[in-house]
Design a protein around this ligand. Structure first.
Ligand SMILES: [Zn+2]
Length: 202
């Protein structure tokens, strides 16, 4: 007799959940059990997934999300400085920078960062779209690379720096260093190293 298992639709559900980032087999199983435990838990989720999938797409220019039938709230905001583009890895980074209030220019979402080990190559990121925009924006002064400070972020920044310099535009990176409110004793060596090399005159 074959070993008892969940019926095939539930096994399929577990398999789908398991394929989500951050969910292992045990959490996928727990989530399936939670969803199936009470009526009314699955439908709202299906509804949200369905409308996100059918009504949302990425802006051809900046790569941030747009709802069907609407203009991109970032690219079509006349109050934004058209002289700056800030390049970020993910759409969530746009929101973080917006909440900081420190930046009011245009954005460009890459959709990840270069990582040859994970097979993420330049053609997998929205780099061509970035170059097209840089060429098309007549008043552009500067491209700010707001990518991560780890190895892959460095590789991405260095690649973009090379590609963009050819376009005759100033390229900068975010300053790195000590976290706000933190003393030297809380900073790791790499952070301290970057803080020293990125020091500025006061
Ligand atoms: Zn846009």
């Amino acid at each position: 007799m074959p070993a008892l298992d969940y019926p095939p639709p539930l096994r399929r559900l577990i398999a789908q959940l398991k394929s989500l980032p951050g969910l292992g087999p045990r959490s996928a199983e727990r989530l399936m059990l939670w969803l199936m435990q009470e009526a009314g838990r699955v439908e709202p989720l299906m509804d949200a997934l369905g409308s996100a999938s059918s009504r949302i797409h990425a802006c051809d220019d900046c790569g941030f999300f747009i709802e069907a039938g609407e203009e991109c709230a970032l690219c079509h905001d006349p109050k934004r400085q058209q002289t700056l583009i800030c390049v970020v890895e993910q759409a969530a980074d746009v929101l973080k920078l917006e909440r900081s209030g420190a930046y009011n220019g245009l954005y460009h979402v890459l959709g990840g960062r270069l990582s040859p080990l994970d097979n993420v190559m330049p053609e997998d990121l929205r780099i061509e779209a970035l170059i097209r925009r840089v060429k098309a924006l007549p008043n552009l002064d500067e491209v700010i690379l707001a990518v991560g400070a780890d190895v892959e972020g460095e590789a991405t920044a260095s690649y973009l720096g090379d590609v963009l310099r050819v376009e005759n535009v100033q390229v900068s990176r975010l300053a790195q260093g000590l976290p706000a409110g933190g003393g030297l004793d809380h900073a790791d060596e790499l952070t301290l190293y970057q803080a020293v090399s990125g020091r500025r005159t006061i």
